[in-house]
Design a protein around this ligand. Sequence first.
Ligand code: B12
Ligand code: SF4
Ligand code: SF4
Length: 396
Amino acid sequence: MNEPVSPKPSSGTDVEESDSSLEDDLLSVGDIDGVAAIGICGVEPLTQSLKIIQQRKDAGLHGGMNFTYRNPVRSTDPRTGLPSAQSAIVVAHSYSPDTSEASEADSARVARYAAQDAYGRLREVLDLIRSKLTARGYRGTPVADSNALVDRAMAHRAGLGWIGKNTNLLVPGVGSWVVLGTVLTNAKLTESARDPLLQDPLLQDQLPQDQLHGQCGRCDRCLTECPTGALIEPGVLDAGRCLSWLLQIEGSFPVEFREALGDRIYGCDDCQEVCPPNRSAPEVRIELSSTGSRVNLDWLLTAGDEALMAEVGGWYIPNREPRYVRRNALVVLGNSGRSDKHAADLVRAYLESPDTMLVEHAAWAAGRLGMLEMLRLPDFRDHPAVKAELALRGPG
Ligand code: B12
Ligand code: SF4
Ligand code: SF4
């Protein structure tokens, strides 16, 4: 278990003993280890964000995602989470920039935010803010990574940082290895001092793109290094090309992006790993999640439903169906370059699956691993998915 969060002793803030203002007391949470930034802002609807979400939806850039795209009007109105809200306290909590365990051909990689309990730690901090509010008779409603609010837009409004060309919120001096959350409250709080341009929500909403990405300067590494070209313009992501989303979609994993998936089984960090401001990210010690940063591939492909979900149940998995974890694992297996008997046995077992989607991915893995002979066996060669793979790979 993580140790419960408590302010650093140096902060000198104690609700009972201090005569500091409510704002000072709330902002003192910023002294807790791991809290990268904290700010207070208003709860007017995020009109610019609404416009952006609608534009991207109309252009098909959401790639079928729901989240904030399901009901953009609600997700861009902070009062959706608390109708009596008057103010918001927004927090960026760091997670460790390095959780990497040695890469092995029989394991799959988990993105850093999911390799550790980053949201668990954030929620503890948000709960502490809530308790400070309720101790003074106010309401406090924490919201983080839910469909009820666009977190980056709130963090931007609260002055926590800038929106990078990779669409992430970057905290000055810290970078983007942070998760974001908000506590909505019915207390009317003084907004944090920040860039005058950002003081006025109307002005903020009219902020031109070059100022939005201001501190990125002329850098464009995230755009050029994204393995699938998903960042089609500075700050614009085509979710239909983003590996992080493709791992979460229903149906087949798109063939054209399977090789680019490499060994990723959940999330993708490339556009943050290449980001120069992230070099100054602080090291934060957070307990690893149930998976850690690498999951054994053979285990993923042989575990029963219950055991599998006990391990990876914290991930977004379409309809909570374990077959999607296995689909993704088959793509990783195909990319593993393995030629050992155990890998061949795994592919073979999935070619026998009653689930056509899994047969199709197993056939692809066989083709990529050079196991075409297996596909030509009488047991498999007449399956439509196998036939299609054989046709694609040629006579071999
Ligand atoms: C859907 C979603 C995804 C989707 C789409 C991401 C995307 N870029 O659109 C997918 C599955 C691909 C994804 C991936 C990741 N995600 Co995600 N995701 C979300 C979620 C649930 C909603 C985001 C959303 O609404 N996207 C739609 C676009 C249009 O909105 P947006 O990118 O947030 O941009 C808003 C602001 O930038 C602002 N804005 C943009 N331009 C302008 C211009 C002006 C003038 C103004 C004022 C505002 C403004 O308005 C936009 C719309 O509200 C949020 C949680 C939440 N409830 O907010 C987490 C969230 C954005 N994800 C997060 C994380 C950690 C990730 C990953 C790093 C995980 C991983 N390792 O795989 C990757 C990063 C990939 C990337 N480059 O974005 C964090 C981001 C932390 C940060 N530092 O920014 C969030 C905030 C979760 C959290 N609470 O911490 N994610
Ligand atoms: S998460 Fe990966 S695929 Fe998505 S935009 Fe970033 S680098 Fe590209
Ligand atoms: S890689 Fe460069 S352009 Fe992309 S977000 Fe980081 S600083 Fe900005």
